[in-house]
Design a protein. Structure first.
Length: 179
C-alpha cells in the first residue's frame, strides 16, 4: 500500500496553530490569528468524505451544545479516512467532581481553574463563544464517539490541565469491502 502525505486537521484551532496540520476555525474567532481554513467546525466541514488521516480538536467539544454533539462528531468522523484517528481533549466531569469532593472534604475552596473554568470556561475571555456549553464524563464522550463509528480509548490529557482534562482517541472503523 502506497503511503502519501498525512493530512491532519486541527479543528477549533484559535491561536494554537499546529505545525503540519490544516488549522481550522471561524474567521471571526476570539483571536486575531487567521486559520488556514475558515469554517464553523460545528457545521458541515469544507472537506470531502474520507479526506483526513487525523482529526484533532483540543478544548473544542465543550463549546458545543449537548444536543449538537452527536451530529458534530458524525461530521468530524465523515472527513476521516477509514482507520483514521480522532483525538479529543476537553474538561472531564469525572475529574472535576473529584477535585470538588476533595476540596469539600478538606474544608477548602475548590481551585477555580480546575473546577468552574472546566465547567463554564474562563471568564477572562469575556466572549460568549468561549463559554462552555456542556461538560462530558469519560463514559459519555466515549459512548458518543463510539456512536460516531469510532473505536475509542481514554487516556491522560497531554494539553491544558491534565489533572482536570481527558483525552479520548478514536479510530474510524474500516470500511467493509464486499465483492
Amino acid at each position: 500500500m502506497a503511503s502519501g502525505p498525512i493530512t491532519r486537521l486541527n479543528l477549533g484551532c484559535g491561536a494554537k496553530h499546529l505545525p503540519g496540520f490544516v488549522n481550522c476555525d471561524m474567521a471571526s474567532n476570539w483571536c486575531s490569528k487567521a486559520p488556514d481554513v475558515a469554517c464553523d467546525v460545528f457545521a458541515r466541514l469544507p472537506f470531502p468524505d474520507a479526506y483526513a488521516d487525523e482529526v484533532h480538536a483540543y478544548h473544542v467539544a465543550e463549546h458545543c451544545y449537548r444536543w449538537q454533539i452527536e451530529g458534530v462528531l458524525a461530521e468530524w468522523a465523515r472527513v476521516l479516512k477509514p482507520g483514521g484517528l480522532m483525538v479529543l481533549e476537553l474538561p472531564c466531569l469525572d475529574k472535576i467532581l473529584d477535585i470538588f469532593t476533595q476540596a469539600v472534604e478538606r474544608g477548602i475552596a475548590p481551585p477555580t481553574h480546575l473546577t468552574m473554568w472546566g465547567l463554564f470556561g474562563d471568564p477572562k475571555w469575556k466572549n460568549e463563544a468561549m463559554c462552555h456549553r456542556w461538560c462530558y464524563s469519560i463514559a459519555e464522550m466515549s459512548h458518543l464517539m463510539t456512536q460516531a463509528g469510532l473505536t475509542v480509548e481514554a487516556m491522560e490529557a497531554e494539553t491544558h490541565q491534565p489533572i482536570r482534562d481527558m483525552r479520548i482517541e478514536g479510530r474510524k472503523c474500516a470500511s467493509i469491502v464486499t465483492g
